[in-house]
Design a protein around this ligand. Structure first.
Ligand SMILES: Nc1ncnc2c1ncn2[C@@H]1O[C@H](COP(=O)(O)OP(=O)(O)O)[C@@H](O)[C@H]1O
Ligand SMILES: [Mg+2]
Length: 274
């Protein structure tokens, strides 16, 4: 999918104040990005200028986080990436299909058990029953919910509901994973456990992921790159490469380099919050 809007006129100034870093650590093979925003603006009808001159690439296997103040256009960017919304300016390249979208609200159907909730997308795609059960079970195993297939949403903890939502997304065989503050309503310990699970799922895959979060520590722990956005109109005011190798363990969060990087990102965020 490529969405185009009119090009920025020649003479218009480029974005200022951006921190430029290499997009990928040197030595990485140059792979075409799965998701690419090029000079994207979003101005809503009524005049709200939500997103300003955003350019960003996400390569296969890469998990990029976005942090920024409330209302700076993070969810808008995800909607644009998913094709739900067209930008008013600039272009976006993303897969036509195989996009998984995970929200803070796990949006499970209360009258369906875990297995049937996870199988929902395959059912809507009219895949044969044996195939959708096979896919659902594989996804349930992947998120660590084996044995809970027959439980209903009201019999699950918040973390288990989120795992169910992740499993349902995995049945789409995603090429692109979009996360909109998925763990924002989950307690700290469960959230850290889910972060570990997500990294494990990502490590065996070639998805590209764009992860919106309010937690700088979560962004650093998960990502190879953290993008910082300013207050509205949201523009990229910083990009930080996260140098810690994968696989990452929870101990990383206690290391001095981890604290130093989260501190730096926090400073950048506060600088752009006015
Ligand atoms: N459909 C819409 N129409 C008008 N304004 C919108 C619409 N969607 C979002 N906005 C506004 O755009 C801004 C960015 O919203 P959003 O992307 O949800 O921010 P964030 O996810 O960073 O908190 C907000 O001011 C919001 O009120
Ligand atoms: Mg949002």
């Amino acid at each position: 999918m490529t969405m185009q809007a009119h090009e920025r006129s020649p003479g218009e100034p480029p974005a200022t104040g951006q921190v430029t870093i290499p997009r990928q650590p040197t030595g990485w093979p140059a792979e075409p990005p799965v998701l690419s925003f090029h000079d994207v603006d979003m101005v809503f009808r009524g005049g709200v200028h939500a997103v300003d001159q955003v350019s960003l690439d996400v390569a296969p296997g890469e998990l990029v986080s976005i942090v920024g103040p409330s209302g700076c256009g993070k969810s808008t960017l995800l909607r644009i990436a998913s094709g739900l919304q067209a930008p008013t300016h600039g272009s976006v390249t993303a897969p036509d299909d195989h996009i998984a979208y995970v929200f803070q609200d796990p949006t499970l159907l209360p009258w369906r058990n875990v297995l049937d909730n996870v199988a929902l997308c395959s059912q809507l795609r009219r895949e044969p029953k044996s195939e959708r059960l096979r896919k659902a079970q594989a996804a349930i195993d992947m998120v660590g919910l084996t044995g809970f297939e027959k439980r209903y949403p009201n019999q699950l903890s918040g973390g288990m509901r989120m795992r169910t939502s992740l499993a349902r997304a995995l049945t789409l065989d995603p090429r692109l994973f979009l996360f909109d503050e998925p763990f924002g309503a989950i307690d700290e310990i469960t959230r850290e456990r889910l972060n570990g699970e997500l990294l494990r799922i990502f490590s065996g895959s070639r998805f590209a992921g764009l992860f919106v979060t309010h937690s700088i520590a979560e962004a650093v722990f998960l990502s190879s790159r953290v993008v910082v956005m300013s207050a509205r109109p949201g523009r990229i005011i910083g990009e930080f490469a996260v140098p810690f190798p994968y696989p990452r363990t929870p101990r990383l969060r206690a290391e001095a380099e981890f604290a130093a990087l989260t501190g730096q990102i926090g400073e950048c965020l506060r600088g752009g919050a006015e």
